[in-house]
Design a protein around this ligand. Structure first.
Ligand SMILES: [Mg+2]
Length: 173
């Protein structure tokens, strides 16, 4: 069950203690896109997200969008947020992680993935050996494949809660 458990858990990307991440020597942040940065069916980014991404970069983090969505969707947000993006990442599989790490010389021990899905973002990150940060999805309006994943995810969460390994809604500080 360990692969399903995130290292950190926050309500949303604004509540994350980036200070704490800094203290763990985390320098690179791979952000999932849909329902993490922006609602899955929306194409417009709000000012709050733009400011956060500016601030993180000013604070010395390397920030990237790491998404399973197609390039045409990821590109919109690369521009809007002023960061690089990697589309069709095939999370939870390691292929996308491997490519992005090789190309950018990222260090596993210094990298965290931030996302709203246990089965893609958290499992992928845990199996690849980087820090994992789960956030609550911005909306329940998921893309079709995600809807299937959510069904499985809910079952896993129930198991984790029964075994007292992790609990939904109990966030880190
Ligand atoms: Mg997502």
């Amino acid at each position: 069950m360990q692969k399903y458990i995130p290292d950190f858990y926050y309500k949303n990307i604004y509540e994350i203690s980036y200070k704490k991440l800094k203290s763990k020597n985390i320098k690179t942040l791979l952000f999932d896109l849909d329902n993490t940065i922006v609602e899955a069916h929306k194409k417009v980014i709000n000012l709050k997200a733009r400011k956060l991404f500016q601030q993180l970069q000013a604070d010395g983090f390397t920030v990237m969008i790491f998404s399973n969505s197609p390039k045409r969707r990821v590109q919109i947000f690369e521009k809007a947020l002023g960061v690089k993006g990697y589309a069709m990442s095939f999370k939870p599989y390691s292929i996308g992680f491997q490519k992005v790490f090789q190309k950018n010389n990222f260090v596993k021990e210094e990298t965290a993935i931030i996302g709203d899905q246990i089965l893609t973002d958290i499992v992928g990150g845990n199996q690849f050996g980087i820090y994992t940060i789960l956030v609550t999805p911005l909306s329940t309006n998921d893309f079709f494949l995600t809807k299937i994943n959510r069904y499985r995810e809910n079952k896993i969460i129930k198991k984790l809660e029964l075994q007292k390994l992790w609990k939904r809604g109990v966030y880190d500080e």
